[in-house]
Ligand binder design. Structure first.
Ligand code: M6R
Length: 368
């Protein structure tokens, strides 16, 4: 059942070109600029979509990170004010909610106790609720008013990989659909962004042919005690996700940071023994993150950059580079997360940890 892979996690990482495609197949038509999300329980009326005043996204762990990515999509594409919260926090705050608020819960398993409780709370306040789930018929998918499924197939590895890219894919499609319906995007822009998503599976496949290059980097850094992950804008959540992956399967301390926050404290941590994984993709904040990594490097930090293949400068500004095929910044998390998943996987492998069943963790957290 592992299809010849040593671990479920590795199999699931390599499945992503297909699971991303399975999640968008039948839903997007880039040439015509059409999006169809006409499935059962997703019958949000166009009138309603036009009037959504704000979105609350609620989830835990990796699903929370995909929520953070989609905040950028709902804001930049659909122009809907969007907040993202951790389910265990959301449920005990006095969140201001009403019927015009849409609460989106994200859960691979559909059984996470805090996320389910947050969904119930939102319903009790009269909000519309939409779930993004992978497991069909799960509690969350049954209780939400609307549901959009990711079509990733069963995820066995405790460390979530393909569920993350499936969730980002589903939310990307949703944000584009709503953006067009709310007249926040032109048909030309819609086609462009749909095409960017369409091309992602091929690009990931191309990158995965060089997975061994990430293994080589893992060999250099597997004995480190701490890691910093830096990103900005839509790749800031990817930095958080990269840090979570390495923590949970390698037991190495890691922190994800918005690179612009470095000088407000964490830069004090940097010395020669600190590897810094930085996502340095072309886009609106490229120059900014370059200057952030220059500052970190000047203090002795070792920079491992995840950068576009076409980036000719980055080699001089960092110590190691993992090149990925170029993507539009709004779709880039689907690409940039892949090397970070692999890095965590290979380090865990080198350290002899239990990759698929890390200590103290359960696949689905059904108690508070
Ligand atoms: O099934 P869910 O998506 O609701 O699970 C949420 C988290 O428990 C989950 O993403 C967890 O953080 C993973 N182990 C991360 O790899």
């Amino acid at each position: 059942e592992k299809d010849g892979y040593k671990h479920f996690m590795l199999k699931e990482i390599f499945e992503q070109p297909r699971t991303i495609e399975d999640t968008f197949r039948g839903r997007i038509y880039p040439d015509e600029g059409r999006v169809y999300i006409e499935e059962v329980k997703l019958k949000l009326k166009e009138e309603y979509i036009k009037n959504i005043s704000n979105i609350y996204i609620v989830a835990c762990g990796t699903s929370y990170h995909s929520g953070l990515v989609s905040k950028f999509l709902f804001e930049s594409f659909a122009k809907i004010p969007t907040e993202v919260d951790i389910a265990s926090e959301f449920r005990y705050r006095d969140v201001i909610l009403d019927e015009k608020t849409l609460v989106v819960v994200i859960s691979q398993s559909g059984e996470t106790a805090d996320t389910l409780a947050a969904l119930r709370l939102a319903k009790s306040k009269g909000c519309q609720t939409l779930a993004v789930c992978n497991v069909v018929g799960s509690s969350i998918s049954r209780e939400a008013m609307y549901v959009i499924y990711t079509h990733c197939g069963p995820e066995i590895g405790v460390a979530s990989t393909k569920a993350f890219t499936g969730q980002v894919t589903a939310l990307y499609v949703l944000a584009l659909d709503w953006a067009y319906k709310r007249e926040a995007l032109t048909i030309k822009e819609l086609k462009k962004y749909l095409k960017e998503l369409w091309e992602i599976p091929l690009k990931i496949n191309e990158f995965l042919k060089n997975a061994e290059s990430v293994h080589d980097i893992a060999k250099v850094f597997a004995n480190k005690r701490d890691f910093l992950y830096l990103g900005r804008h839509i790749n800031y959540p990817v930095a958080l996700e990269g840090a979570l992956k390495i923590k949970e399967i390698s037991y190495i301390h890691a922190e994800g940071y918005a690179a612009g926050e470095m000088k407000h404290g964490p830069i004090a941590l940097i010395d020669k023994s600190m590897p810094i994984v930085a996502i340095v993709i072309k886009g609106r904040i490229y120059e900014k993150i370059i200057s952030n990594i220059e500052e970190a490097k000047a203090r002795g930090g070792t920079i491992i950059a995840v950068a576009d293949q076409s980036d000719k400068e980055i080699g001089n500004k960092s110590n190691y580079v993992i090149y990925v095929p170029e993507t539009d910044e709004f779709v880039s998390p689907l690409m940039t997360v892949i090397p970070l998943q692999l890095l965590a996987y290979y380090i865990s492998l080198i350290l002899g940890c239990d990759v698929d069943q890390p200590r103290n963790l359960a696949k689905s957290v059904t108690v508070e």
